[in-house]
Design a protein around this ligand. Structure first.
Ligand code: FAD
Length: 388
């Protein structure tokens, strides 16, 4: 894999970050990957993996030092997401969701909110990002969860669907509409919802095609009283927070998808270098080499793009939404393509559970759907080129 190893070696990481990514790779290879089949089969939440990730203190890498973290670059974070996801996509998304949910609190929270809430997450707490509702998916402005001010509190009523970590989270970044503002977009507000608040319930856990160990919950809020102090930004200031948070989480979804793609690619290459038919290794057939050439080239280019986006973020660039959409869209389409081709290259064995490529194919599918479906990303990217 020289071509891909050279790209990996050029990931912009400090010596300390490289050591951390190496430790994560070792953890992923020695502990997380061997458990992946069990977690996929049983659909149990991967608590062992969460404990091992927390033993490395991994949440601390995205929490500022003043609140108990040991911050590292966005590139280092993406590299860790990719390593964990390559070993177990479910565990990868459980961990990445902590970042997706907490980053807006770091970027938009008050000093008091950060002092009170961030140390919990630095120490290994789980987070959810709760946007989607049964009738508000691709168009989040259709959400109906209601935030009604009542003295020092905000009363939350409504429900969210498909919420990753929704049954296990310590904190939720929750979006809803401010009852006193009559505007579909202008009413959207964000608050931090804490575990244990009366009136909260988990309605169901989804039984899914892939990512079977990552919990996906439908949750309900019935008259939940949240302190006004937990409001993020101003009433009605939620859309800006929502869009900014998605910009940072989409490259993370790309890194997660590339973990799946890389795993499927490496497995397939290994297999066709040993499996023989008609007296030759499968890789010696020219038709197979052409396929491999296309997959390898796309993978190399997509990985290089991910690190380009990481460099933009780490250099302080604020306007990288289109680059983030490109990374998410291309990486997730590629994860689906490579994992499907990997199953094909394994022949009948690829269709059976003795090899993990069938799991990778099932895990890949959702990456084209969540964090904005790829149709929506194609619209965002295409629209960007309309001349004003
Ligand atoms: C396993 C899983 C985990 C998830 N985790 C989270 C989470 O943690 N937090 C959270 O808030 N949400 C989460 N989601 C929700 C996810 O982000 C949504 O499912 C996704 O945004 C799509 O919304 P929808 O399912 O309502 O589909 P819809 O919006 O109903 O779309 C249906 C189809 O129509 C297409 N479509 C819609 N609008 C357009 C358009 N304008 N142009 C062209 N095509 C369009 C879509 O691309 C799609 O193919 C998760 C979902 C799943 C399945």
């Amino acid at each position: 894999m020289r071509v891909l190893d050279v790209i990996d070696a050029a990931i912009p990481l400090s010596a300390e970050e490289r050591m951390l990514v190496d430790s994560v790779r070792t953890l992923a290879r020695e502990k997380i990957a061997p458990r992946a089949e069990h977690y996929d089969r049983t659909a149990e939440f991967p608590w062992d993996n969460v404990r091992d990730i927390n033993a490395l203190g991994l949440n601390a890498m995205f929490i500022p030092e003043a609140y108990g973290g040991t911050p590292m670059s966005y590139a280092a974070y993406l590299a860790c997401v990719r390593e964990i996801s390559k070993a177990c996509a479910s565990t990868g998304i459980v961990w990445a969701t902590n970042f997706h949910g907490i980053k807006p609190l770091i970027d938009f929270g008050t000093e008091a909110q950060k002092q009170r809430l961030l140390p919990r997450i630095a120490q290994g707490g789980l987070v959810s990002l709760a946007i989607t509702e049964p009738s508000a998916g691709s168009d989040a402005t259709g959400m109906t969860t209601r935030f009604s001010p009542d003295g020092d509190h905000i009363v939350v009523d409504g429900g969210k669907t498909f919420i990753s970590n929704g049954d296990v989270a310590d904190l939720f970044l929750l979006f809803g509409k401010w009852s006193e503002i009559d505007d579909a977009k202008g009413a959207i507000s964000a608050l931090i919802f804490e575990k244990g608040t009366p009136g909260f319930s988990v309605l169901r856990l989804e039984d899914k095609l892939g990512h079977r160990a990552a919990s996906t919950a439908a949750i309900a809020f019935d008259g939940c009283r949240v302190p006004q102090a937990n409001l993020l930004g101003e009433p009605g200031g939620g859309l800006r927070i929502l869009l900014a948070s998605l910009n940072k989480s989409r490259p993370s979804i790309a890194a997660h998808a590339l973990g799946i793609a890389r795993g499927a690619f490496e497995d397939a290459v290994e297999y066709i270098n040993t499996r023989r038919q008609s007296g030759r290794k499968i890789i010696e057939f020219q038709g197979i080499q052409f396929l491999l050439a296309d997959l390898a080239t796309e993978l190399a280019q997509c990985e290089a793009w991910l690190w380009h986006v990481a460099r933009l973020v780490d250099s302080g660039e604020k306007d990288f939404g289109i680059e983030a959409s490109m990374a998410k869209m291309r990486a997730s389409d590629l994860a689906m393509r490579i994992s499907t081709e990997a199953v094909q290259l394994y022949g009948g064995y690829g269709y059976c559970k003795d090899y993990r490529v069938e799991r990778l194919m099932r895990d890949a599918k959702i990456t084209q759907i969540w964090e904005g479906t790829n149709q929506i990303h194609r619209q965002l990217i295409g629209r960007h080129f309309i001349q004003k």
